[in-house]
Design a binder for this molecule. Structure first.
Ligand code: ZN
Length: 293
């Protein structure tokens, strides 16, 4: 029998009365561009990336939305790439289905920020809503930055212009289904929006609590935390607001280390749950042990 690489791309864990499921959207390996980390010697960058398992000269990124089943509501946080992402991505709905949830059962989709790997999966291949019964909830500061009429496309350099145009297209297609949330606001019982701007100017994390247990969906406060928790001052080319990115990273990681609250990083190696501890130079990310109980 020929064996296939068909590992299920989901992992579930309890949080109080809630049932959380990490959903794997996919994984890409790209050439790491020169200057990917601003102002850091290439040899130091290369050593940090190879230490966490990247091949020489490569940038490996994993993409992982989180489903929170509160019992009353099924809340998906971020969507993955959807149907038009790079090869090896776009598996969120297949893995949701493998976990025996239908896209129709998703009540709320919460968005952390407007980069394509987090929002493109809101629409299916026909540009129709991929989660047909869901309220779509986006951070107001993120909407104000990317979608404001006060700015023109030309004010957004390079990749940011592509992000803006994609966000305009997606949220226009979703129309009145889209609602906004402000920082510090509770969205549904047990899920609160937390300011974590920097990587994107309105980037939002979500604090999830149930029966005294808590977890922070930290989104892209770090890309791979094996690198960016360890070097919290490193700014990558995809961090839109460099100085704020580092400030926010220090603040969020310090809180996680001091409180011992578990966290979920969208780009951590799957299944993305772990804890942050302080180290001499920054922080370490410690993966939770896989449990099946
Ligand atoms: Zn991302």
């Amino acid at each position: 029998m020929e064996r296939q690489f068909d590992n299920p791309g989901f992992y579930s864990r309890r949080l109080g009365d809630f049932f959380l499921t990490a959903l794997h959207d996919g994984h890409v390996i790209r050439d790491r561009p020169a200057g990917f980390i601003r102002g850091v010697d290439e040899a130091v960058v290369e050593a940090a990336f190879t230490e966490v398992g990247n091949s020489p000269g490569k940038l490996e990124v994993s993409f992982n939305p989180l489903l929170v089943d509160t019992g009353a509501l099924r809340v998906l946080i971020d969507t993955g790439h959807g149907p038009n992402g790079p090869p090896g991505t776009g598996r969120t709905i297949a893995n949701l289905t493998a976990r025996e949830y239908s896209p129709k059962e998703i009540d709320v989709v919460l968005i952390s920020h407007f980069h394509g790997d987090h929002i493109n999966g809101l629409l299916d291949a026909e540009e129709k809503p991929a989660f047909p019964n869901a309220r779509i909830i986006i951070p107001a500061p993120e909407r104000d930055f990317w979608l404001s009429d006060r700015h023109s496309d030309d004010e957004f350099p390079g990749r940011m212009k592509v992000n803006r145009q994609a966000a305009q297209r997606i949220f226009a297609a979703l129309g009145e289904r889209v609602e906004t949330v402000d920082w510090c606001q509770e969205i549904v019982p047990g899920i609160t929006a937390i300011e974590s701007a920097g990587h994107s100017p309105g980037h939002t994390s979500y604090r999830i609590t149930s029966e005294g247990a808590a977890l922070l969906f930290a989104g892209d406060v770090t890309n791979n935390p094996g690198i960016f928790a360890r070097y919290p001052d490193w700014i990558a080319t995809f961090d839109n607001w460099p100085q704020k990115t580092a400030q926010t990273r220090h603040r969020i990681l310090r809180e996680l280390a001091e409180t011992g609250t578990p966290a979920y990083f969208f780009h951590a190696p799957f299944p993305c749950f772990g804890r942050i501890t302080a180290s001499e130079t920054g922080f370490d990310f410690r993966h939770e042990i896989w449990r099946q109980d």
